[in-house]
Write a protein that binds this ligand. Sequence first.
Ligand code: MN
Length: 209
Amino acid sequence: MAFSLPDLPYSYDALEPAIDARTMEIHHSKHHQAYVDKANAALEGTAFAGEPVENVLAKLATVPDNVRGAVRNNAGGHANHSLFWQVMAPSGQGGSPSQSLGSAINSTFGSMDELKAKIADAAATRFGSGWAWLIVRDGKLMVGSTPNQDSPLMGQDMCELYGTPILGIDVWEHAYYLNYQNRRPDYINAWWDLINWNKVSELYDAAMG
Ligand code: MN
């Protein structure tokens, strides 16, 4: 099966006012759709066509040279956005971290406030376009960022911040520019209120095995 655009788990206006409906609609139906279409076109006719996106990213180094760049950008974009939609929820509906995730956050970072500060810093200081992440590597939580559409799932050879992403924020201008223009820190701060901690906790447990 080729990749397809996943439905959002909420309506385009569900994340307002933090993220406006127009931004969500363009981001999902145009930007994410384009990553899906271009990833499918790049993979067509290769041995990787039809594989789950996580597998394609994990084996990116062995994707044929002539399409590797397109796969990196577009399969990466597809995976990143698929996660991004899932780890957000309308304000007040995202729950709170599970006991296991909450205690890992406290023991790793000191407090939720410290985690927020670390993610906000990673997101604000990512130069140009990219993502900030909370990942699990070797059973431990880590915060960092990636350029462009690089994914921690691309592994050690392809991505400095390799691991299993459990929370990510898109800091490409297309994610916030209509509402926030150059005020990326304001978008990051508003986004924090949208985190779907129920989903992030589920992803944490899965990553911890
Ligand atoms: Mn995006």
